[in-house]
Design a protein around this ligand. Structure first.
Ligand SMILES: NC(=O)c1ccc[n+]([C@@H]2O[C@H](COP(=O)([O-])OP(=O)(O)OC[C@H]3O[C@@H](n4cnc5c(N)ncnc54)[C@H](O)[C@@H]3O)[C@@H](O)[C@H]2O)c1
Length: 415
């Protein structure tokens, strides 16, 4: 396979991460241009990949204006900045890896899928959980029929107390009007994963949930607007200095610290805590993302499923139980156990370890798996290698939109 050439749009957390995969696999891909408004991020990515100054732009439109510079583009801008570049680069004939969510509304998602189909380009969405060794193993067990008919599903996403505070109270996904709903921002992976392992899309959904804890009403007496000035900070589980200073002290410069500062010095962190968004009291932010939510789903075959997302957990992998007519599968994100009703024996499957299921560790091998599949598809022309193509991704986005409508309107939504 000849290496494919890539351009990166948005050299933030995701763009930087995918570009690093290319750097580690020079036989598979090379990054030849970047668009990124932040001078520091742009310069860093350009230097790491030997990109000439002429190919390092401040805005994706500059690169799009120059025709087709590479085989494929990685679109890694924020949630509300996906549709326009996706349409523009598809029209230029680029194959496209687009971060999830495709768009924060149904019309935007449909526009993107139509643009991909019109241009005939290969298209992968960042549903990285489809690409982990763990998911592959669960899916193979389901497809083998050894569980019988799956009648019930229980799936839990323990977001974790500090991750919630970082991303969904203080951070980029705290408000649905600036980004997207919590269900789309975080749990689109879960609704997508359920559809992928079960091999079918849901028929009906309902949902409950709310923002309950991270509100002004729960602000402890004596709390200040910023942790660094707060007299009760030492007793607060959500203290920003405790989280970020510990990471800096142990030299862990990956996500989430890399979101807070670009220069990994104590002075830069002090400044970010004193004046940036990540130093704010979790009870004094402008957030509306829910902190707990459940979704109930009915799938073809009368399979019922429940999904729970909660902020109020230690950070941990997602866990799942699939209850079949012949066996029960239990998975904790690392180990899969299958208890067979006939033999009454339990079998354990441990897929190759691929790191924890979080952004710092590449989502259990999913980030690398997606890049591996996408670049192989582009190099060989085999779009079957992409597990998260336009139609599958649209189906799972539609389920998320329906579940969120159900939560907001108190309805049962039919898909
Ligand atoms: N697949 C996953 O598991 C996963 C995980 C986290 C985030 N995401 C998604 O990935 C996307 C990016 O998230 P992130 O955390 O990397 O965000 P980020 O803010 O770190 O990066 C986005 C970058 O886009 C840049 N940008 C803004 N305007 C631009 C323009 N006109 N041209 C080029 N670049 C521009 C920003 O300066 C920023 O550096 C989001 O949609 C997010 O929801 C996916």
């Amino acid at each position: 396979m000849a290496p494919v050439s890539l351009i990166v749009i948005g050299a933030g957390q995701r763009g930087g991460g995918y570009a690093r995969w290319a750097r580690r696999h020079p036989d598979r891909a090379s990054v030849v241009a970047v668009a990124e408004p932040s001078p520091a991020r742009r310069a860093r990515l350009a230097a790491e990949h030997g990109i000439p100054a002429g190919n390092a732009a401040a805005d994706w439109r500059e690169l799009a204006g120059r025709g087709r510079l590479a085989d494929a583009v990685l679109i890694c801008t924020q949630d509300r900045m996906h549709a326009e570049p996706a349409e523009a680069f598809a029209a230029l004939g680029y194959h496209i890896l687009l971060e999830k969510p495709m768009a924060p509304d149904e019309a935007g998602c449909r526009r993107i899928v139509a643009a991909m189909e019109k241009a005939g380009v290969m298209f992968a969405v960042g549903h990285v959980l489809r690409y982990t060794p763990y998911t592959r193993a669960v899916r193979e067990i389901v497809a083998s029929g050894q569980l019988g008919d799956i009648m019930s599903v229980q799936h839990l996403e323990p977001v974790g107390f500090w991750h919630q505070a970082h991303s969904y109270v203080r951070g980029n996904w705290r408000r649905s009007d600036l980004a997207t709903s919590m269900l789309m921002a975080k749990s689109c992976h879960d609704l997508d994963w359920l559809q992928y392992v079960l091999g079918r899309a849901p028929l009906r959904v309902s949902s409950f949930g709310s923002l309950t804890h991270f509100t002004a009403a729960n602000r402890p007496p004596g709390a200040a607007d910023r942790c660094v000035a707060c007299s009760v900070e030492t007793n607060c589980p959500y203290s920003a200095p405790r989280l970020y200073r510990a990471l800096l002290d142990r030299g862990d410069h990956r996500w989430p610290l890399s979101v807070v500062i670009d220069d990994f010095s104590p002075a830069a962190l002090d400044e970010a805590l004193a004046s940036g968004p990540y130093g704010r009291c979790v009870y004094a932010c402008d957030n509306d993302a829910v902190d707990h939510q459940v979704v109930a789903l009915e799938f073809p075959g009368a399979t019922t499923a429940t999904f729970t997302m909660t902020a109020f957990s230690r950070p941990a992998d997602r866990s799942t139980r699939l209850f079949g007519t012949r066996a029960e599968l239990t998975g904790d994100g690392e180990t899969i156990r299958v208890y067979d009703f006939l033999t009454r024996a339990e079998r354990t499957v441990t897929p190759a370890a691929a790191g924890a299921m979080n952004a710092a560790e590449g989502h259990g091998g999913g980030d690398a798996g997606l890049m591996d599949a996408f670049t192989a598809a582009v190099a060989t022309g085999n779009r079957e290698l992409i597990a998260s193509g336009p139609r599958e991704s649209l189906a799972s986005h539609l389920a998320v939109f329906a579940a969120e409508r159900a939560r907001l309107n108190g309805t049962v939504e039919t898909l």
